[in-house]
Design a protein around this ligand. Structure first.
Ligand code: TXA
Ligand code: MG
Length: 341
């Protein structure tokens, strides 16, 4: 399949044409990747089962992992869900459009493969001009997981989508790098209090200040076997080279790097800007100066080191507060080893 790639400019007329062509493909049951404020999504008409099946096919995604339906507004959101607890309106008012996804009882408007036959549906209103224009032009809910091959780091640039899915999807809207860098926070809104199924762009602290209380799915904290968000059980975000996530100071990091080098391994270091400057390794990449910069650079960094260049990636752990909670959740999933203090 030939993949059409449109480069979005700041010229409203050119962009409107590209978005119109992309919307046409989606309305014809094809798949199109598009930018959101978190990561690129791979979209298809959420009401068309055959179109949605193409997403699973292109990504190599397990059939039991449901997708997020993207809508342009809360009016559209209410068209695909059955009902919601009162706090949901408050959350939507404060946080949407934005990097947050609400899991709510479905009213059956979306195809059954969007929800993997669950009675609930995940819905999100993205905060990105191209995503908004695309959704408004289509005027239907668009199912969209991250636009990567399953198991690979999520795409935060059009080049990442191209690398993974060129030839497997009908179109790609290139809107440049995304902003937040980690995916949306997935919240189970079927209970009396919101339950965070996947930490993301909206922080636990933000949710708590809005609703008084938000809890983290015990499965995320490693206390239960079956995660409520089916996607959380799969291996994810894997770089090409084994990654070791290390908690500890610069001295400990350097010891580990040197020990691996003594065994003849070439070591790539991923660390915050300050730490990276203090350490010696075969190759170094700064993740950024603070948690938001690290989130924005995270997936690009996980794609940076290729096998053949280094044998192991040593990655510095960061504090699990604010958006650091989402960053550490992804790093733990990307890591083949997690060295704690
Ligand atoms: O920021 C994002 O959320 C990006 C952009 C493209 O919007 N999308 C994204 O989609 O990350 P995906 O498919 O990579 O992750 C969706 C997550 C998965 O962990 C999935 O299991 C969970 O949401 N999910 C979807 N529907 C669900 C449901 N009904 N109940 C519980 N979890 C659900
Ligand atoms: Mg994903």
């Amino acid at each position: 399949m030939e993949t059409t790639r449109w480069k979005l400019t700041n010229d409203a007329k050119i962009d409107a044409e590209a978005i119109h062509s992309a919307a046409e493909l989606l309305l014809n049951g094809e798949t199109v990747a598009f930018p959101t404020e978190t990561v690129y999504g791979l979209g298809a008409d959420a009401t068309n089962e055959a179109a949605v099946a193409k997403i699973f096919q292109a990504k190599g995604r397990p059939q039991d992992n449901p997708l997020i339906a993207h809508v342009d507004s809360s009016a559209q959101l209410w068209r695909i869900v059955d009902y919601a607890p009162e706090y949901v309106e408050k959350l939507i008012e404060a946080l949407s459009p934005g990097p947050v996804t609400y899991v709510l009882p479905s009213n059956g408007t979306c195809a059954s493969n969007v929800t993997a036959n669950l009675s609930t549906i995940a819905v999100r209103i993205p905060d990105h001009p191209a995503a908004q224009q695309l959704l408004q032009t289509c005027n239907i809910p668009i199912a969209a997981p991250s636009a990567n091959i399953s198991g690979r780091p999520s795409p935060t640039a059009a080049a990442h989508v191209w690398e993974d899915l060129q030839g497997k999807i009908a179109g790609l809207l290139d809107g440049g790098p995304t902003g937040v860098g980690v995916e949306s926070t997935v919240i189970d809104c079927t209970q009396d209090i919101p339950i965070i199924l996947r930490p993301g762009g909206v922080t636990r602290e933000q949710l708590e200040s809005l609703t008084g209380k938000a809890i983290i799915d015990p499965a995320l904290a490693g206390e239960a076997a079956a995660p409520k968000s089916p996607g959380m059980k799969y291996r994810h975000y894997s770089p090409d080279v084994p990654l070791w996530l290390v908690e500890g100071n610069t001295e400990k990091l350097q010891q580990i790097i040197s020990a691996e080098q003594h065994k003849g391994k070439r070591v790539g270091l991923l660390a915050s800007t300050d730490t990276a400057a203090q350490l010696q390794a075969d190759a170094k990449l700064s993740l950024g100066r603070d948690a938001s910069e690290i989130a924005a650079n995270l997936y690009e960094s996980l794609r940076h080191f290729k096998s053949g260049e280094v044998d192991v990636i040593i990655c510095e752990a960061i504090p699990q507060t604010g958006i650091g909670e989402a960053v550490m959740n992804r790093l733990k999933k990307a890591a083949s080893m997690h060295l704690t203090e």
